[in-house]
Design a protein around this ligand. Structure first.
Ligand SMILES: [Zn+2]
Length: 195
């Protein structure tokens, strides 16, 4: 596994979101009778259990308020909560899933706020940020470069490196050595994109 991939997985290792699976209506005929049921499906693969429309509607309503385990596959449980699916391979309880999803949402929100701050700093309205960027003294750059061994701290690449403010200038971060790190252009963009 790529080092950056491993790092990205750590935060979400207890609960993995899955956007490739969804509820789908399935139909089949048996002895001349046509049956219709709802089931979980990924591409052409349809899983059991299958639910009648009434049960499906109840399930969809309930998952808005609490996590529901809807499928067991390869010793993993699939939870549905607020219209999203999550795999759990650690036998989590309903409360655990609720807490972990809340934590994910909090982190997403922080990343989003940070991305907005970065954007604001990059486009106009951020003379202080522009001035600040010029303000990184050469000696500080040299020390940051040495500390990071001339490589991106996220993926280890030594190409297209940029000096990144750990805490953005717009959020009160400084040009001090400890607030700077090396990121390659790609990782820097990914950091800004957040999600
Ligand atoms: Zn990188």
């Amino acid at each position: 596994m790529h080092a950056a991939d491993a790092r990205r997985t750590v935060g979400a290792v207890m609960l993995r979101a899955d956007s490739t699976i969804d509820f789908a209506k399935t139909r089949w005929s048996l002895g001349g009778l046509l049956f219709g049921r709802w089931a979980l499906a990924r591409g052409r693969t349809v899983y059991k259990p299958r639910w009648r429309s009434g049960r499906m509607a109840a399930l969809l309503a309930a998952q808005l308020h609490r996590p529901l385990a809807v499928l067991e596959l390869d010793r993993r449980l699939l939870w549905v909560y607020r219209d999203r699916f999550y795999w759990d391979d650690e036998c989590l309880g309903e409360r655990d899933v609720e807490a972990l999803v809340a934590d994910r949402e909090r982190r997403s929100r922080r990343r989003l706020e940070r991305a907005h701050a970065l954007l604001a700093a990059e486009s106009g309205g951020a003379e202080s940020a522009a001035a600040g960027r010029e303000g990184i003294v050469l000696e500080v750059k040299r020390r940051v470069w040495e500390r990071c061994s001339g490589r991106c701290v996220e993926c280890g690449s030594d190409r297209l490196l940029e000096f990144d403010h750990v805490i953005p200038l717009a959020l009160g971060g400084s040009n001090g050595e400890r607030n700077l790190q090396l990121l390659c252009a790609e990782c820097n963009r990914a950091k800004g994109d957040g999600l």
